[in-house]
Design a protein around this ligand. Sequence first.
Ligand SMILES: Nc1ncnc2c1ncn2[C@@H]1O[C@H](COP(=O)(O)OP(=O)(O)OP(=O)(O)O)[C@@H](O)[C@H]1O
Length: 266
Amino acid sequence: MLELENVEVTYPGPPPFTAVKGINLSVPTGSTVGLVGESGSGKSSIARAAIGLTPVTKGRITLDGQDVTNPKGKSLRYLRGRAQLVFQDPHASLNPRMEIAMAVQEAVSVATGKRLNSRECADAALDLLDKVGVPKAAMRRYPHQLSGGQLQRVSIARALALEPSLMILDEVTASLDVSVQARILNLLRQLQRELDVSMLYISHDLSVIRYLADHVYVMRHGEMVEAGTADQVFDAPQQEYTQALLSAVPTLGGSRWRSRHDLVAG
Ligand SMILES: Nc1ncnc2c1ncn2[C@@H]1O[C@H](COP(=O)(O)OP(=O)(O)OP(=O)(O)O)[C@@H](O)[C@H]1O
């Protein structure tokens, strides 16, 4: 379980800027929590703070009961061993000169330390790539030879190498076209069921959040304006801001994916 209590993130500037203003958020074990809000509302700041990449200026973050606020040394190792962040741009985390299979093998090797020899790491990497649906033919290619959807699958495979209890996915389908998005969302749901990993899924796209999340948080200008189950937030939003966000999405009532109970073809 990930818990953020009264978390504030102020960037030092100059001038200093408070991007996250005392928010509370929890991701219960085994659940998918959606974090939604317009551009600049502070979603990525929360993601980075949760895995220790951006300092928290007030409040407390715990993962499975362990304090991981501004982690260092032991608490940083603890956090990095359990939580993984996947970004929108898979190129940012992949070495352009490394074959896909090697990139995943490297993640397995880092994750398992000396527990596995190189043959075992290679086999584990191939298993992971298979699990996320990267075709065998693509495994010996370099990042620039893969499609955006395939690259995002590789990033997810690298994150899974660590067998994380929490995955934070920050706009991972934002740059993909709708049919590829649907396949990645289905993959995430399948992985969540199979591996019982908790997920914090960040997006400005409400239909994506509706499709994936059990619980939803809505952010605006660094504040949490609404929180509840997906059904509560989407079917009976309490705040005017959420109502306005929802009414601005024509696809929510239409043919695109509607709720986590629906199935997406492909
Ligand atoms: N390193 C930084 N220094 C100063 N301000 C920053 C820094 N990083 C982010 N900000 C500001 O903090 C605010 C929140 O940014 P953040 O990236 O968390 O928002 P977001 O909701 O994830 O937006 P997007 O959906 O566009 O990625 C923005 O106004 C941004 O300009």
